[in-house]
Design a binder for this molecule. Structure first.
Ligand code: ADP
Ligand code: MG
Length: 399
């Protein structure tokens, strides 16, 4: 992904402005794109995201007064609280904290609990200053939220010497997002951001949290992943997402299973007879999407990346027609990319806006980008932001 900003320099400079000193270190975590497996995570199902080459950097220094102060290039007004007060703030009084700061402070809160669970004295953990900078686009379905959580969690894990595993840190990030921010999201984003690997996808079983790192081979096949950010904003906390979750829970209950993950496509005839049409279509999306994830991983291994194009297309149709979370902008992005020769294309992320992805030959990227611009202009839509992303390493210490 190409951006003018260098978040590492920005984080360094911001930290200097905040403290007048240099940080003890830098930690970073990437955003992610979900290749396939949408709205399956909270149904205990399968997802297949990869970490991208946009990252959030945390520059961290310690302080000896037991307080935590966070600042971001997004909002240069620092937010400061005593670490001991985090327990009173989250989750019930989270509204007292400006929304963006709930992400890093929520991670600190969750990690203090994790420290306690590991037998540590949470009140002995050192205070910290954290400056954050990022080149992950916000609200585009690329999980800038997991990136800020992962960078913060990695930094605190090291400085507090918690020795938590990447999966533990992903869970702390999810807990922060669910309870400190108040967004009812699954574990996919944090797992992809923590565990991503260059040129590989993270095949995740959201029930067992078992992970398989699957080589994608896009570069060798001459393929790029094009992101078409429609810039129509989405908000997970608004109704549509919650309604979809409720429909899934209802469907699982009617079918007598713990989660939709426990159904297979052959169960759908029975499902159709037992529930109303809307609930049935929500169920059908999740059940067929789980199967598409399994098929994508199998086909990638057996035949390489070009073999998954039809699954990407089918995933989009299912989200558009059955789960009803696409938008006219996303549908146009997908149709235009396909017409420009993409191997496959689908909306990605939670829906109701955000981005689409297209798997496309490198030499067609320029043409596809121009065609998307023309199609959006002709439809009277605001300009889309079109760029490529590359499967990259997950959270790490950066110096
Ligand atoms: P997405 O994860 O798809 O980008 P979300 O709504 O889940 O969208 O998360 C975006 C929110 O995360 C932002 O509105 C902001 O509150 C917070 N956030 C993400 N990155 C940063 C950052 N670098 N600095 C401050 N806040 C951030
Ligand atoms: Mg998010």
């Amino acid at each position: 992904m190409t951006t003018a900003a260098t978040p590492r320099t920005d984080a360094h400079d911001l930290f200097g402005e905040l403290t007048g000193a240099a940080p003890v270190g830098y930690w970073s975590a990437p955003g992610r794109v979900n290749l396939i497996g949408e709205h399956t995570d909270y149904n205990d199902g399968f997802v297949f995201p990869f970490a991208i080459d946009g990252r959030t950097i945390a520059a961290l220094g310690t302080r000896d007064d037991g307080r935590i102060r966070v600042v971001s290039t997004f909002d240069p007004v620092p937010v400061e609280v005593a670490l001991a007060d985090l327990d009173a703030l989250f989750p019930h009084h989270r509204d007292e904290i400006v929304e963006w700061a709930r992400y890093p402070l929520g991670v600190a809160w969750a990690l203090r609990d994790a420290a306690r669970a590991a037998g540590r004295d949470a009140d002995a953990l050192t205070g910290v200053d954290i400056a954050l900078a990022s080149d992950v686009p916000v609200g585009a379905g690329l999980s800038s939220s997991a990136a800020i959580e992962g960078a913060t969690a990695s930094a605190l894990n090291d400085v507090w010497q918690l020795s938590l595993s990447p999966v533990d840190l992903a869970q702390a990030g999810r807990r922060a997002e669910n309870l400190a921010v108040g967004a009812p999201t699954g574990i996919m984003d944090q797992m992809a951001s923590m565990l991503g690997r260059a040129d590989a996808g993270i095949f995740l079983d959201c029930r067992s949290l078992e992970v398989d790192v699957v080589p994608l081979g896009f570069a060798d096949a001459g393929l790029e992943v094009l992101v078409i950010d429609t810039r129509v904003s989405h908000a997970h906390s608004t109704g549509g997402y919650g309604e979809r979750r409720e429909a899934c829970e209802r469907g699982a209950q009617i079918m007598g299973v713990a989660a939709l993950r426990d159904l297979v496509p052959a169960d759908l005839d029975r499902a159709r007879a037992l529930m109303d049409d809307v609930t049935f279509r929500r169920v059908r999306h999740v059940v067929t999407e789980d199967q598409r994830v399994l098929d994508a991983v199998r086909l990638l291994r057996a035949e390489g990346p070009r073999a998954i194009g039809a699954l990407l297309d089918a995933s989009h149709a299912s989200m558009r027609d059955d789960f009803e979370i696409s938008t006219p902008e996303l549908d146009l992005a997908v149709a235009t990319a396909r017409a420009a020769g993409a191997v496959g294309a689908r909306m990605t992320g939670g829906g109701f806006g955000g981005a689409a992805i297209a798997l496309i030959d490198r030499e067609l990227v320029e043409e596809a980008t121009a065609r998307v611009a023309a199609a959006f202009a002709a439809a009277g839509f605001g300009a889309a932001h079109v760029f490529t992303v590359h499967p990259s390493d997950g959270a790490r210490r950066d110096g």
